[in-house]
Ligand binder design. Structure first.
Ligand code: HEC
Ligand SMILES: [Cu+2]
Length: 289
C-alpha cells in the first residue's frame, strides 16, 4: 500500500502537469510561437535528481523487507509440512509429521500455512500454483522452501514450471483446500493400509505377480518399490499420472494397456498385458480407496 501510495502521488503529479501543459500551452488560432526554453537551473536539476533517488531508496527498503519475510526458511507456527519431490513427470507429496505419502494431488486444510520442502529425484523441476504462491525450483541434492496458505476452499491448479523433458506439460499439480474436518478425514484414510477387499478376478494376486511391485508401493500389501506413485489410496485421487487423465476405470485400463497413450515416453513401461490381466488389475486398483 505504501508503494501504491507513493506511485499514486507521482502519477497524479506527472499526469496533472502533462494535462495542465496541454491545455495551458495549446496553440491558439494559426499563431505558432515556441515557449521560452530554459537551460541549466541548478536547484531544479538537483531537486529532480535527489528526490527520485530518495523515493527509490525507500521503495527498495520496504520491498526487500517484504521479500525477506516471504522467503521463509523455517516453517511458521502451526504450519502443515509437506515434502514435495519432483519426478519425471509426476509429483510426490510426503506428509512427514502425519506419516504417509501420496502423489499428484496435494490436500491442505483451509486457512492453515503450508510449508513445503522442495526436492527433485532427477532433473530440475519447479513447483508453481499461481493462485497460491510464486514458483520455486526443485533442484537435485538441494532443498528449497516455499509456503502458502489457501484461505478459501477449492481446487487450485498448478504446473511444473521448469522444462524437465518430454512430458513436462503433463506434470500438473492440484492443490485441494478443504475444511479442517474434511482434511482430517482424508488424512485418517491416507494413514490406513490398503483395504483388504476380496478380488474375485484375482486382481491382487495378478498385481503381486507382475513387475508393478518393483516400482509401486501399496502399504500393507507390498513395500519394495518407491520409484513410482504410491498406489495405496489411488482411488482417493481425481486424476492419475499427475493430472494427465481423469481417474476412471476406463482410463486406468487405457493406462495399463499402454501408459504412452496418455503420457508419451513416461517412466512407466508398456507392460504388454492381455485384456484379462488388465481387467483383473483394474479390479484390484479400484479397491484402493
Ligand atoms: C518401471 C517402473 C514401473 C512399473 C514396472 C509399473 N509402473 Fe506404474 N507407474 C510408474 C511411474 C513412473 C508412474 C508415473 C508416471 C507419470 O505420471 O509420469 C506410474 C503410474 C502408475 C499409475 C498412476 C498412478 C497415479 O497416482 O497417478 C498406476 C495406476 C500404475 N502406474 C499402475 C501400475 C500397474 C498396475 C503396474 C503393473 C502392471 C505398473 N504400474 C507397473 C512406474 C512403473
Ligand atoms: Cu517440468
Amino acid at each position: 500500500m505504501l508503494v501504491f501510495g507513493v506511485i499514486g502521488i507521482i502519477f497524479v503529479i506527472t499526469q496533472g502537469a502533462l494535462v495542465w501543459s496541454l491545455i495551458r500551452y495549446r496553440a491558439k488560432g494559426n499563431e505558432i510561437t515556441e515557449p521560452p526554453q530554459i537551460y541549466g537551473s541548478n536547484p531544479i536539476e538537483l531537486a529532480w535528481t535527489v528526490i527520485p533517488i530518495l523515493i527509490v531508496f525507500i521503495l527498495f527498503l520496504v520491498t526487500t523487507r517484504t521479500i525477506y519475510s516471504l522467503d521463509m526458511q523455517e516453517p511458521p507456527e502451526g504450519a502443515l509440512r509437506v515434502k514435495v519431490t519432483g519426478h519425471q513427470w509426476w509429483w510426490e507429496f510426503e506428509y512427514p509429521d502425519l506419516d504417509f505419502v501420496t502423489a499428484g494431488e496435494l490436500h491442505v486444510p483451509k486457512g492453515v500455512p503450508v510449508f513445503l520442502d522442495l526436492r527433485s529425484a532427477d532433473v530440475i523441476h519447479s513447483f508453481w500454483v499461481p493462485r497460491l504462491s510464486g514458483k520455486t525450483d526443485c533442484i537435485p541434492n538441494r532443498e528449497n522452501h516455499l509456503w502458502f496458505q489457501a484461505d478459501e476452499i477449492g481446487t487450485w491448479y498448478g504446473q511444473c514450471a521448469e522444462f524437465c523433458g518430454t512430458q513436462h506439460a503433463k506434470m500438473l499439480i492440484r492443490v485441494i483446500s478443504e475444511e479442517e474436518s474434511e482434511f482430517e478425514a482424508w488424512v485418517a484414510n491416507q494413514k490406513l493400509d490398503a483395504p483388504q477387499v476380496p478380488t474375485p478376478l484375482n486382481g491382487k494376486e495378478m498385481f503381486l505377480s507382475l513387475a508393478c511391485v518393483n516400482c509401486h508401493n501399496v502399504n500393507g500389501i507390498m513395500m519394495q518399490g518407491g520409484f513410482a506413485p504410491n498406489l495405496t489410496h489411488l482411488m482417493s485421487r481425481d486424476t492419475i499420472a499427475s493430472g494427465a487423465a481423469e481417474n476412471t476405470p476406463e482410463n486406468l485400463k487405457k493406462w495399463l494397456r499402454d501408459p504412452n497413450s496418455i503420457k508419451d515416453e513416461c517412466r512407466m513401461p508398456n507392460m504388454m498385458l492381455t485384456e484379462t490381466q488388465i481387467d483383473s488389475l483394474v479390479e484390484f486398483l479400484t479397491t484402493l480407496k
